[in-house]
Ligand binder design. Structure first.
Ligand code: NCD
Length: 327
């Protein structure tokens, strides 16, 4: 049966998620990733049919964002509201803090208290590895909405769901991850996700200064996956089925000069589109800064806005599964 069969997963499939945190992709098996995609398809069908859902009625999600976010926060909040649940929010813009983080409260203490107010917590923090601190402080499920340059598992889940929808399968494809592979948490999670499948190859294309961390590359190679590292966007454009563009993560640079040096080295435009393999798709977690020219939006395989839309059903699946609420 196809993963996108639009039927509710079995109770046995769903039982594994109840009460669990979502901290990184490596915590899941391939079957569990597929169950999340299947649940997303189930909810997407309900959304398309304009059904009013009550799966999470009476439940509260806290969204705690200690770093800027548009898509992740709003799609989680929309997901919770679409499931009939309610949302409480802390959203901290630099210099305009409203929570007690401004008074020096630790993430641990904040989560320990918020845990008493709701049923599930979605948290984004600028500190790599803070997902473990959040998880340790809470009894209820904690979902990592991005921890610094660490992991962004729910983005990788919606990316997988998008690839299933656009290409029909994760297997057999060549993936090019392009841009700031050092600091981009989305690609750290995505490479873990696709490497669980029977994929053809991963091409890592980045400026010299922004290569994928060696420990991640070694880990993927140890699974028997072929990885090619290069500094050439043309090579990636010619040889991949899925091209995953990323933004140079300016906020993670120590000195502005290095950022200026690398910021426009990888810009995809129609000259690259002409080189693509037949049926290649372009993904990007967004926001884009300058790495995909607007002209590329006209290409039928430019799937990044569709990908952003998939964030809602994918996050409905995650919230409902970890709280045992799929009806
Ligand atoms: C990404 C992130 O925050 O890591 N954005 C997102 O969640 N869609 C990518 C980025 O900011 O470059």
């Amino acid at each position: 049966m196809s993963v996108l069969q639009k039927t509710k997963p079995s109770n046995e499939q769903m039982a594994k998620f109840i009460g669990k945190d979502v901290l990184d992709i490596a915590q899941f098996t391939k079957e569990e990733l597929d169950t999340i995609c299947q649940t997303a398809a189930y909810y997407e069908e309900a959304l398309d049919a304009k059904k009013i859902l009550h799966d999470m009625e009476g439940k509260i999600m806290a969204s705690l964002f200690f770093e800027p976010s548009t898509r992740t926060r709003l799609s989680f909040e929309a997901a919770m509201l679409r499931l009939g649940g309610s949302v409480i929010t802390v959203s901290e813009a630099a210099g305009a803090q409203t929570s007690s983080a401004a008074k020096g409260e630790t993430l641990h203490d904040a989560i320990k208290v918020i845990d008493l107010y709701c049923d599930v917590i979605v948290c984004r923090s600028p500190i790599k590895g803070s997902r473990f601190e959040s998880s340790a402080a809470a009894d209820i499920p904690v979902v990592n909405g991005g921890d610094g340059a660490g992991q962004h598992p729910t983005q990788a889940l919606l990316d997988l769901y998008t690839i299933y929808k656009e290409k029909g399968s994760i297997d057999g494809l060549t993936y090019a991850l392009i841009g700031d592979l050092k600091n981009g948490r989305t690609v750290h999670s995505l490479i873990d996700a696709v490497s669980m499948y029977d994929i053809k190859k991963v091409i890592l294309a980045s400026p010299q200064e922004l290569m994928m961390p060696e420990d991640i590359v070694a880990n993927i190679r140890a699974k028997g996956i072929e990885i090619e590292e290069c500094h050439d966007l043309n090579y990636a454009a010619q040889n991949a089925d899925v091209l995953y563009m990323t933004r140079i993560q300016r906020e993670r640079f120590q000195d502005p000069e290095t950022y200026e040096k690398v910021k426009d080295l990888f810009v995809m435009d129609n000259s690259h589109v002409k080189m693509f393999r037949e049926g290649a798709i372009v993904l990007h977690p967004l926001p884009r800064v300058n790495e995909i020219a607007v002209e590329v939006d006209e290409y039928s395989g430019a799937a990044y806005f569709r990908q952003a839309g998939n964030g809602v059903p994918a996050r409905m699946a995650i919230l409902a599964l970890v709280t045992g609420s799929v009806k």
